[in-house]
Design a protein around this ligand. Structure first.
Ligand SMILES: [Zn+2]
Ligand SMILES: [Zn+2]
Length: 256
């Protein structure tokens, strides 16, 4: 009986693997890949030179980097004070655009992030507020609004570059289109606080969908910045957009 059980499990597993190979688009099966541990430690120090923004600086200390950011977008927005040269009325294509009561204000947010990220044994959920830093110093937020409710309503307050403020803290929940316009749809966009990079919605000329990614919203492959391959997140056009079920690695410290 024991043997029979084992064989049955083996047959089911084989079927699963065969089906997975035959149909790479099934998200349920893709999630099985979570079992595959990369076990690798990466080095992201070569990516730091890409960080450049208003009120953004970083310092390397051993195998960690400390970013200090004022969290000010280097692009236009209707959330700037009208006297700011970057103030621009909403000119995006959302007919339901609805400005929220917030505005862009300088923050003092400090991220301490490892330069040698590796997969965490126990994955931690992201929390509301900053979860990472984009290459222009604006912070990334996760896929939830206050109270961990879906973004649905908030999306209508995203400006023409798809960011918006919470009180005075400007942030991106979804693709920062100013950055993908400037650097390309397949470009490096920033780091989550676990030290793993975030890339745009394309790779090798192909659009990436949630089905291509694991439950944390990433995968391991070669990128132009990491020719030996690295685990990385991708922004996609569908929820959860940047990160899925938490950090793949161990999040660093975020203070504000
Ligand atoms: Zn928000
Ligand atoms: Zn990728």
């Amino acid at each position: 009986m024991k043997y029979l059980k084992y064989s049955l499990r083996f047959v089911l597993l084989s079927m699963l693997i065969l089906t997975a190979c035959a149909d790479g688009d099934d998200s349920g099966l893709e999630q099985e890949q979570e079992e595959v541990k990369t076990g690798a430690t990466f080095d992201t120090s070569n990516i730091l030179a890409k960080f450049e923004g208003t009120g953004l600086s970083y310092a390397i200390n051993g195998n960690t980097v400390t970013f200090t950011t004022a969290d000010l977008p280097n692009h236009t927005s209707p959330y700037w004070d009208a006297s700011n040269p970057l103030y621009e009325v909403y000119n995006g294509n959302n007919d339901n655009w609805n400005k929220n009561p917030g505005s862009i204000g300088a923050q003092n947010i400090v991220f301490t992030i490892t330069l040698n990220p590796e997969e965490a044994t126990i994955k931690q959920a992201t929390s509301l507020g900053p979860i990472g830093i984009s290459r222009n110093g604006v912070v990334f937020f996760n896929q939830y609004a206050a109270g961990n409710s879906p973004l649905a309503g908030e999306i209508n307050s995203f400006d023409q570059w798809l960011g918006h403020p919470a009180m005075t803290t400007y942030h991106y929940h979804i693709e920062p289109t100013y950055l993908t316009d400037q650097f390309g749809d397949d470009a490096f966009l920033g780091l989550l606080s676990d030290g793993f990079p975030v890339y745009g919605p394309f790779e090798n000329g192909e659009i990436i969908t949630n089905a291509d990614l694991d439950i944390y919203h990433g995968h391991t492959s070669v990128t132009p910045d990491f020719p030996n391959g690295i685990y990385h997140y991708h922004v996609t056009s569908q929820d959860p957009y940047i990160n899925g079920n938490g950090y793949f690695g161990t999040p660093g410290n975020i203070s504000r």
